[in-house]
Design a protein around this ligand. Structure first.
Ligand code: 4GW
Ligand code: MN
Length: 337
């Protein structure tokens, strides 16, 4: 029998040993600073949100006969598809410290009206905090009211011919790209994004979209089967894609990449456009058809989800939580040249 005093001391020693053991096992809880703990927990919350959003998308998918591939975060060739929450913008911003980014846009004839809201919204949401050069093309160089741009951002306005046919205006962009990606841009920027002007930035669009060759899923076809993609199907066109081919349908309203990649892309598309002209044919969706043909055989290294191209008139909006780049509603008859 131990005397009662020794019994109490023994119990205390065992208890203290238990406390020490607990501390050794849980050092991260004890030694993490308050700030680190906050990051730790906020990361957990983000992870849960992504998980939930992913489940939600899957559930929505099960409700109908829809193709899943456009909702994935990876393509079969292992290029990421960018959705909200799959990246940490702080890490990416650090990686892109000093990166120079171009934004190429045509505003010809009546489309000049879209330029101001486009640029103003870009100042608010596009690559904020990074070096940006806007390359604006118009036939009304002297009429452009230049909005104020933030430090580190440059606005260049270039003259371009205004084609009579709107199809030619839209296709002329490829020609301008072949020239600028060869002659001017290599010394001025690292990455280039090419965009439609009848759009506004509506939420963050940052360096997460940069990559060697980047294309955006067309918001009208991201859940469709390749057979129903509006590729050019006539073998006589240089943009021809046979029915049994194709993984995604990309929209020409936002794509980009390293300057030399966009040089190669625009040269190939421009060549296809000129070949078609020689044969008295025009691809069903003009340069978008040629772009899709190029990207089928030269796979993009990064793909943007329809968060980066949305139009309020479309169905399936419930899959898209953040609508970052939105089509401006326009009266098609009224903007016709
Ligand atoms: C119909 O009458 C037109 S006009 C179709 C395009 C036109 C047009 C297009 C134009 O008169 N001026 C112009 O600068 N564009 C450029 O081409 C502009 O950057 C525009 O965003 C891009 C593609 O045309 P879009 O936006 O009308 O194409 P969708 O209908 O696919 O958004
Ligand atoms: Mn457009």
């Amino acid at each position: 029998m131990l005397p009662p005093k020794a019994y109490v001391i023994g119990t205390l020693v065992v208890f203290m040993l238990y406390i020490v053991g607990f501390c050794i096992q849980n050092t991260e809880l004890i030694f993490l600073s308050k700030q680190e703990q906050t990051i730790h927990w906020s990361q957990k919350v983000t992870e849960k949100t992504i998980e939930l959003e992913h489940c939600e998308r899957k559930l929505l998918l099960n409700s109908g006969k829809k193709r899943k591939m456009g909702l994935n975060v990876l393509t079969p060739w292992l290029a990421p598809i960018i959705w909200d929450g799959i990246y940490d913008i702080k890490i990416l911003d650090n990686q892109h410290n000093g990166t120079r980014i171009g934004l190429f846009v045509f505003a010809v004839k009546k489309y000049i009206r879209f330029l101001r809201p486009f640029l103003e919204s870009a100042e608010r949401y596009f690559m904020v905090g990074h070096k940006v050069t806007y390359y604006v093309f118009t036939e009304k160089v002297n009429e452009v009211v230049k909005p104020k741009v933030a430090d580190g951002r440059i606005l260049q306005i270039h003259n371009v011919v205004a084609d009579q046919r709107w199809q030619d205006v839209s296709m002329r962009r490829m020609e301008a790209l072949t020239i600028f990606t060869k002659e001017h841009m290599p010394n001025e920027i690292d990455y280039l994004l090419c965009a439609d002007v009848d759009m506004v930035f509506n939420d963050h669009v940052g360096v997460e979209i940069l990559g060697d060759l980047v294309a955006t899923l067309h918001p009208g076809f991201f859940l469709s089967e390749p057979e129903s993609f509006p590729y050019e199907r006539r073998p006589i066109s240089a943009a021809y894609i046979p029915y049994e081919h194709g993984d995604f349908y990309y929209m020409a309203a936002l794509y980009g990449g390293k300057v030399e990649e966009i040089y190669k892309l625009s040269v190939a598309c421009q060549k296809g456009i000129m070949e078609d002209k020689k044969n008295y044919i025009e691809a069903v969706w003009q340069e978008e058809s040629h772009l899709n043909r190029y990207l089928l055989y030269n796979k993009p290294t990064k793909i943007l989800s329809p968060e980066y191209l949305w139009d309020a008139n479309l169905t399936n909006g419930e899959f898209i939580k953040k609508k970052r780049f939105l089509a401006v509603q326009k009266d098609h008859q009224e903007v016709r040249n």
